[in-house]
Design a protein around this ligand. Structure first.
Ligand code: WTA
Length: 656
């Protein structure tokens, strides 16, 4: 199966109207209803969001001003006081939801746990008290480096409760990557676990934390809180490291939620960009709470009876917005799974659906392609009849994978919501509302009410129907990122000046190519910058290049993505060596391992090509476009007249 190409999706004209019985029970029941709501929101976005903020959330104090927009810096619900942990927990305790399952957790070795809202509240309060006891104050950043266990969500909510911004670092990142992020965020405390389960093996998380903090490399970190999960032997640094379970035993089960300013920072989440240094994307409290709440409610058509499962890791934005904050703010039951399909248990995902009667299942195209490869017999051998809605996120979905998902997993009765959004946007931007918007395989369909999206050229002019262009957002929205942590200039340049503002009008540049068809449907084509998408994970080619050149053998490196059936894109690195080194299979392995050590296994190159030289322009810029063609085994496309030495290409083709 191949990735979507312009040709393949231009010919995609299948359309699936929402099933009648689905629409009948949905909050938004028809395209007309969506259009009406969309028009209403577009005519007065501030009123639209303010009405929802009033209706959907509990505020300690109402805002004075809905939006303060000093492009490109936005403030939402200025002067309002709110706490997202309160909205996710406390407000449900006065209702019947008190004893409803908040988190259903399935562990990898087969253990499981359910936490009701009351139980979750209790644990969050305990952890909040422990964090305070360890010296964390409002405004201090806490690093969270955890496996997919309930304590990961507990840690996030505990931080939010006392006003300590969290920065969750995906458990697959290496000690080096962890160190860089903790340093940039100036974290005071790290919350981790002795280990986590991953495909029948233990991931030694605490060992990575020890490495990251070794030689006092992150002086801001005073304490490490360690959750006992796997029971493997770990080192505990006296005075610095504390077992969560020990401190929990004496922690008070009550901790009032701190009234936060609507614009107080809720979290920093690092994501890859086009430079070697990951960006700390900053999200704040009120707008993020509102937007994740409303998008979860409408795009998943969430009901109190739903058992909702998002398969992401909490280390990514999808886990933040759509495992933890959005679902819990709605009082939903959210499933967390520590495991992943593996050869010893290829059908495990479907076991989880069957065991808990999952009704809404949200995953990534790369996972769907893996399910297809593993075979229909696996889901067919389980009872998936509880499912009523499916979702995808992370990369463009090829129409054939969409059709398989629809037919095999959804028994041709579940709508599919293909949600386009980003770490930076905080929540869904373009997505079907499943009872209202007919879907087309491969299209994220129409913008969410309140979102003014467009496809434009580099001058900001809208392009015609079905013409390729850049995806932009034309009006601020409540959960937009506020800045790059510590680097407002980078925020301005990357997102708001890529397309030069005209007449004071700023466009948010998403970094994705897209086209819009005659029905106004958006078809996202993928990144147009030096970011690649490997198995739904976003990686900057420059980060991988920096990792490679930090190895003594490497003189120069250029990294590109090549199309890959399973992963979407695979990493190909072109490397030139220092004089005293010779290319060998062993060196190739060593360099791959070096990248894993610098970033994590998710960044391991699929292929390293040694070369005497790299194609460059006369001004010395590496021509990645040509390398992309070479990596994909395609003819060299486009203009090569700026190439400094044309002989380089022939050598590269010959595999020199
Ligand atoms: C891609 C993940 C097509 C896109 C939520 C975006 C998608 C990047 C889709 C953000 C989708 C995400 N269709 N492409 N439904 N969803 N993308 O920050 O390139 O990890 O810019 O956020 O993923 O990745 P991020």
């Amino acid at each position: 199966m191949t990735q979507p190409t312009i040709e393949s999706i231009l010919h995609e004209d299948r359309m699936f109207p929402p099933p009648e019985e689905f629409s009948a029970q949905a909050e938004l029941k028809s395209l007309e209803e969506y259009r009406r709501l969309y028009q209403e929101a577009a005519a007065n976005p501030e009123k639209f969001w303010a009405d929802l903020a009033d209706k959907e959330l509990q505020w300690f104090q109402k805002w004075d001003k809905v939006l303060d927009w000093q492009p490109p810096f936005a403030k939402w619900f200025v002067g309002g006081k709110i706490n997202i942990s309160y909205n996710c927990l406390d407000r449900h305790l006065t209702t019947w939801r008190k004893n409803k399952a908040a988190i259903i957790w399935q562990g990898e070795p087969g253990d499981s746990r359910t936490l009701t809202y009351a139980q979750l509240h209790r644990e969050v309060c305990q952890m909040a008290n422990v964090i305070k006891q360890l010296g964390v104050k409002k405004g201090d950043v806490v690093g969270i480096y955890m496996p997919m266990i309930p304590e990961a969500a507990v840690a996030m909510l505990a931080c939010a409760r006392i006003g300590a911004p969290h920065t969750v670092i995906f458990g697959g990142f290496s000690a080096e990557a962890l160190k860089d992020r903790l340093k940039d965020a100036e974290a005071k405390l790290v919350i981790t676990a002795d280990g986590g389960w991953r495909k029948d093996a233990i991931v030694p998380l605490k060992e990575q934390v020890d490495k990251a903090l070794g030689d006092n490399a992150v002086p801001s970190v005073d304490n490490v809180l360690v959750v006992k999960r796997t029971g493997n032997k770990i080192h505990m640094e006296p005075g610095r490291d504390h077992w969560w379970q020990d401190l929990q035993a004496n922690a008070k089960a009550d901790c009032p939620a701190e009234p936060m300013d609507s614009e107080d920072m809720l979290f920093i989440l690092y994501t890859s960009g086009t430079t070697g240094k990951p960006k700390g994307v900053v999200h704040t409290t009120g707008g993020y709470n509102l937007y994740t709440h409303v998008t979860t409610k409408w795009a998943f058509d969430l009901k109190d009876t739903d058992v909702y499962w998002c398969t992401a890791d909490i280390g990514w934005i999808t886990g933040h917005s759509y495992i933890v904050y959005g679902p819990l703010s709605n009082g939903a039951t959210t499933v967390m799974y520590e495991g992943a399909p593996r050869s010893s248990n290829p059908g495990c995902m479907w076991d989880v659906v069957e065991k808990y009667g999952v009704t809404i299942f949200y995953t990534a195209p790369t996972a769907i392609r893996a399910f297809i490869k593993m075979g229909e017999h696996l889901p067919k051998a389980r009872d998936l009849s509880s499912l009523r809605l499916l979702g995808t996120v992370g990369e463009p979905i090829n129409p054939e994978a969409w059709m398989w998902y629809y037919r095999v997993i959804g028994s041709s009765k579940c709508p599919i919501v293909d949600t386009w959004w980003q770490t930076e946007t905080g929540g869904f931007m373009i997505t079907p509302l499943p009872g209202a918007i007919p879907t087309k395989p491969g299209s994220a369909t129409l913008p969410f009410p309140g979102i003014i999206a467009d496809v434009v050229d580099l001058e900001g002019n809208p392009v015609g129907d079905n013409e390729g262009g850049y995806l932009v957002i034309k009006h601020p929205w409540p959960s937009m990122m506020r800045t790059v942590y510590g680097d407002p200039d980078r925020f301005r340049r990357t997102y708001w000046e890529h397309i030069p503002p005209q007449d004071g009008k700023y466009l948010y540049f998403a970094g994705d190519g897209a086209r819009r068809d005659k029905d106004g449907y958006f078809w996202v084509m993928g990144r147009v910058d030096d970011v690649i998408n490997v198995s739904g994970h976003r990686l900057g080619t420059m980060e991988i290049e920096s990792a490679l050149v930090s190895h003594p053998a490497v003189a120069e490196a250029a990294v590109v993505g090549k199309p890959d059936d399973l992963r979407g894109e695979a990493i190909v690195a072109f490397v030139t060596l220092e004089d005293s080194y010779r290319a060998s299979e062993q060196l190739e392995k060593e360099l791959m391992q070096h990248v894993v050590g610098e970033i994590g296994a998710l960044a391991r190159p699929a292929e390293i090509r040694f070369s005497e030289d790299l194609p460059k322009t006369r001004s010395g810029k590496i021509m990645r476009r040509l390398l992309r063609n070479l990596a994909a085994g395609q003819e060299i496309a486009g203009d090569t007249s700026t190439l400094q030495d044309r002989g380089v290409l022939d050598k590269l083709r010959g595999g020199a």
